[in-house]
Design a protein around this ligand. Structure first.
Ligand code: HEM
Length: 505
């Protein structure tokens, strides 16, 4: 509050009163139910959203499951209207068949623009196509894949395993979510621009250098930018940004640190003319790309790869703690991969080909993401009036979202056992992994904008899971209580995942 001046307090106070007045005065005047939601005049479905905020995804799932076509419409304050679906035909329609009609749209882009600028994650149309073309070419090169494998192995051997070993000796509880987030950040920074923020190294041994300041600022900038989507009054953040107060002031400072650091690296890399296998070096070779453009690309990639794998693995380890039979099968698979090794090959981590052979582990991680998709809800904007395959009408300017979390829990897609954790559902008779249609399982998105880092993500997740489980037992504290969810840009555990590490031998 120390940044708030008197006029800004008055503005905030008046707006709160107006908002409260509308919420309370319209409580009794409910209109006809629409798909399970009862919109109030002016404030729309907002009171219901607020009431179920703490269990938002499960509430949405109940509504979507109760709707005959697994699709509902909603209306927020200020006549912001939209549709949410868990219906694969609708998802295919918006992400592929009628892709051009469903861009991210100005609302999404505006929220993240200060942070992401014109990076791939935050643009539509021509700007997106140009970045996508270069990026998808690079993501399909063997040299990038090797670069990822080597960096993952290095982070596991030099930081993750020593940290867990130390923790197993002391017996102290650690927050596994935090550890995995630090790992993912180090790793994606190496891949994006060959910088090592060393987030996972022992904090006590590390002075706060420029890259760790970058890491801290990046974390805050991502949290605060995501927070803009959660305002009860949409676009209210624009006022606090204008006044440069509260979280918007902190966001501005964090973004300045992130942008400054990235620009400095880009300039020195251009001057040195040193090339490596990271993504920045690959984009820099096109001399038409400005520093600002390169900065935006790098930041978008870091954001895309930062909290996604850590979110998936955190839920995976929690699910594993409740399913020892799955852990047992993973361990059997790891030992058979080890047993098949050539004599003299003693590397502690796993090569790409060995990871590829771990089909059951692949299934178990995919199954964890079915129940807890890192990007749980994703939104587009309808560009011109349209009708979805299930008959739902959409008007120009409405949101069109799909809910991957609910889709993972739809009986219509996965059958009666849809809420159970069963990696076997992904395997054929021979035990080989059977990929699912991406419109039924849009965990990595689908269609022309599908995630570019999927293979990179599996390399990272499988390497970590295999190396950790082979050596340690991960005892989750309070494992019988479902962790509270926190919906940021990714699905996180609100209070982290407290675990104790024990040496398996
Ligand atoms: C478990 C891990 C991951 C999951 C579940 C995941 C999921 C997704 C999803 C749902 C989208 C669509 C987002 C949107 O349109 O707003 C996306 C896009 C993207 N992902 Fe991933 N992702 C993962 C890891 C990664 C990694 C490690 C990278 C690489 C650094 C990456 C790079 C990208 C990029 C560049 C896009 C934008 C594609 C475009 O707009 O054309 N992802 N991802």
């Amino acid at each position: 509050m120390d940044h708030l001046s008197l006029p800004s307090i008055l503005i905030l106070f008046s707006l709160s009163i107006i908002f409260l007045f509308f919420s309370v005065s319209t409580q009794k005047k409910q209109s006809q139910p629409s798909n399970g939601l009862r919109p109030y005049p002016i404030v729309g479905d907002l009171p219901q959203f607020l009431r179920h905020r703490h269990r938002f995804l499960d509430w949405m799932t109940e509504l979507l499951a109760a709707s005959p076509t697994n699709t509902i419409s909603f209306r927020r304050l200020g006549n912001v209207r939209g549709v949410i679906t868990a219906n694969p035909s609708n998802v295919e329609h918006i992400l592929k068949s009628n892709f051009e009609n469903y861009p991210k749209g100005p609302r999404f882009i505006h929220h993240l623009q200060d942070f992401l600028g014109r990076g791939i994650f935050n643009v539509d149309g021509h700007l997106w196509r140009v970045q996508r073309k270069t990026a998808s070419f690079e993501f399909n090169t063997r040299s990038l894949r090797n670069f990822v494998v080597v960096n993952v192995q290095h982070e596991i051997l030099s930081r993750l395993l020593p940290l867990l070993r130390k923790s197993s000796r002391t017996g102290a509880a650690i927050d596994l979510q935090d550890v995995l987030e630090r790992f993912a950040f180090d790793n994606v920074c190496k891949v994006a621009f060959n910088e090592d923020p060393a987030c996972l190294s022992d904090v006590s041994e590390k002075p706060l250098n420029l890259s760790s300041r970058f890491a801290q600022a990046f974390k805050r900038a991502a949290e605060l930018s995501a927070g803009r989507f959660r305002y009860a009054i949409p676009r209210f953040w624009i006022i606090t940004r204008l006044l440069n107060i509260g979280s918007e002031r902190e966001l501005r400072e964090s973004i300045a640190t992130v942008h400054g650091f990235a620009t400095q690296i880009i300039r020195s890399r251009k001057k040195e003319k040193l090339r490596s296998d990271d993504l920045l070096s690959r984009f820099i070779s096109n001399e038409d790309n400005s520093d600002e453009f390169l900065r935006d690309i790098v930041i978008s990639f870091i954001l895309a790869g930062r909290d996604t794998t850590s979110s998936a693995l955190t839920w995976f380890f929690w699910l594993l703690s409740r399913h020892p039979e799955v852990e047992h099968k993973i361990l059997q698979e790891i030992s058979s991969v080890r047993a098949a090794r050539q004599l003299g090959d003693n590397t502690e981590t796993f090569e790409f080909e060995e990871l590829r052979q771990m089909q059951y582990l692949h299934a178990a991680i995919s199954e964890a993401m079915r129940l807890y998709p890192p990007v749980s809800v994703n939104s587009t904007m309808c560009q011109s009036d349209d009708t979805l395959p299930d008959g739902t009408l959409l008007k120009k300017g409405m949101f069109m979202s799909y809910n991957a979390y609910s889709m993972g829990r739809m009986e219509s897609i996965w059958g009666k056992d849809c809420v159970e954790f069963k990696p076997e559902r992904w395997l054929d008779g021979e035990g080989a992994f059977r990929p699912e249609n991406p419109y039924r399982y849009p965990v990595f998105h689908a269609g022309p904008r599908m995630c570019l880092g999927k293979e990179m993500a599996y390399i990272q997740m499988k390497s970590i899971a295999a190396c950790v489980l082979e050596r340690f037992m991960v005892d989750v504290l309070h494992k019988d209580k479902a962790p509270e969810q926190m919906l940021s840009l990714t699905l996180r555990m609100k209070h982290g995942l407290s675990v104790r590490i024990r040496d398996r031998n």
